[in-house]
Write a protein of this length. Structure first.
Length: 135
């Protein structure tokens, strides 16, 4: 079956995202616009939201429960980027939690992103979006 990537738009959608975050052991936090969902039929395969902030656009939390998490993560990011681009946003920040997600650092750096800040808990990146990816 095909996976559909779309915005969360109902209380039911947000409840499903919170349930997936809980299943993944991710601490409950507010989900903000945009929250993008990966759905295969009626099954939520992943979600990506925005951390509320007055000063910056910050991606997170991200949760994926699929057999091919890298593909789902990449497609969630593409869908999220598209929503932000259409809203006029050209860059955003995201953090990788250490040590539990350290394996993602090599993947992100292979994509050409370098961290701008790091401590024992989080490595921070800034993603700049290009027009060709979203128009």
């Amino acid at each position: 079956r095909d996976t559909i990537y779309r915005l969360a738009r109902s209380t039911k959608d947000f409840r499903a995202c919170h349930a997936l975050l809980a299943e993944q052991g991710i601490e409950r936090s507010p989900l903000s616009y945009p929250t993008v969902m990966a759905l295969r039929g009626d099954v939520l395969m992943g979600c990506l939201s925005r951390i509320p902030s007055e000063t910056a656009v910050i991606a997170g939390p991200l949760a994926v429960s699929s057999a091919r998490p890298l593909i789902t993560v990449m497609r969630l990011i593409e869908a999220w980027d598209g929503v932000l681009w259409r809203a006029g946003v050209r860059s955003y920040h995201f953090g990788i939690q250490l040590p539990e997600h350290k394996a993602w650092l090599a993947i992100i750096e292979k994509m050409g992103l370098q961290p701008y800040s790091q401590d024992e808990q989080v490595v921070w990146f800034r993603r700049e979006m290009k027009a060709r990816n979203h128009e």
